[in-house]
Design a protein around this ligand. Structure first.
Ligand code: NAD
Length: 281
């Protein structure tokens, strides 16, 4: 079985990105700048933001994190984002999710200017994606496509089962797969006979947030599995949405957790920020 590790993909793409940033610097041009907005003290969000900061530095971007307490009035955050929208030295803005209950997701996704929306969550960018002319790549789904491309797994004409329909993973992933001419089956909580449907798939992408959901009976022999799920066990181990022992040697390729889709997401975020910086010149 081929293990779809992020490491070689990241090493190659990061080196390319570093070279492009150095090239900008050599020409005396400003390097890309990423602004991250973090509200509250969610421990997982703190880790994700610090990973984004470290990686942005590593590729030579400038960056800043703007932190607010968990009980902040959303209007204060909106005004700050508006200021970042108007600042020509800012190329990409990301509002770290989840947000506290006083924030309305449908409103927040309108705050970041679509041209700086490197997380690809603004309805205008979702519309461009669905109509086949994406401005940015949605980060996690885009990372999945980079992973599949690196290991030369084509989806054209294949049956791909996407498990999950969230705004950040399932829905934009289905849109990207359709752009690549895959036949997409989308499974969600209300789906009847999910295992039977999933067993039709040549490629399974699971983003359900349900530990060990995909078992032997869900997998056609030889299928490729991409596991997006992230769970921390009581012993502190990180696992995914696939029951790895149950599917055993059935798949022809499978992404590991950790070390599969996770690191790809930040890579796409940085590539989107670079794209945004170039467009503004
Ligand atoms: P979410 O909770 O917003 O959505 C989960 C989706 O899965 C829903 O559409 C739901 O209908 C479906 N679902 C849940 N249980 C199901 C079941 N038993 N059968 C069929 N469908 C089911 O989750 P999300 O934000 O899309 O995240 C999903 C998982 O991916 C989580 O574990 C999350 O931590 C992980 N994640 C990883 C990355 C990354 O690696 N970079 C990024 C985002 C999310």
């Amino acid at each position: 079985m081929i293990i779809l590790k992020a490491k070689p993909v990241i090493e190659k793409r990061r080196a390319e990105l570093i070279a492009k940033v150095q090239n900008l610097s050599a020409q005396g041009k400003r390097v890309p700048h990423l602004s991250v907005v973090l509200v509250g003290n969610d421990p997982a969000s703190q880790i994700y933001v610090s990973k984004k900061e470290t990686t942005a530095s590593l590729v030579g971007f400038t960056h800043e994190s703007i932190r607010f307490p968990s009980d902040v009035n959303p209007e204060l955050v909106r005004l700050k984002v508006q200021e970042l929208n108007q600042n020509p030295a800012v190329d990409g803005i990301l509002i770290q999710r989840p947000l506290p209950a006083q924030f309305q997701e449908s409103e927040v996704s309108l705050w970041v200017h679509p041209e700086k929306d490197v997380d690809c969550l603004h309805p205008e960018n979702i519309g461009l994606l669905v109509t086949g002319n994406p401005r940015f790549s949605p980060c996690t789904p885009g990372g999945i496509m980079l992973l599949l491309d690196h290991y030369e797994i084509a989806v054209q004409g294949k049956v791909v089962c996407v498990i999950g329909r969230s705004a950040i993973v399932g829905k934009p992933l289905a849109a990207l797969l359709l752009l690549r001419n895959a036949t997409v089956i989308q499974i969600h909580r209300a789906t009847q006979n999910p295992a039977e449907l999933c067993r039709l798939a040549d490629v399974i992408c699971v983003a359900a947030g349900s530990r060990g959901l995909v078992q032997e009976s869900w997998v056609k022999p030889g299928a490729v599995i991409v596991d997006v799920g992230i769970h921390r066990t009581a012993e502190g181990k990180i696992t995914g949405d696939v029951d790895v022992n149950s599917v055993a040697t059935l798949p022809s390729a499978m992404s590991p957790v950790p070390g599969g889709v996770g690191p790809m997401t930040i890579q796409v975020l940085l590539e989107n920020t670079f794209t945004s910086a170039l467009r503004k010149r």
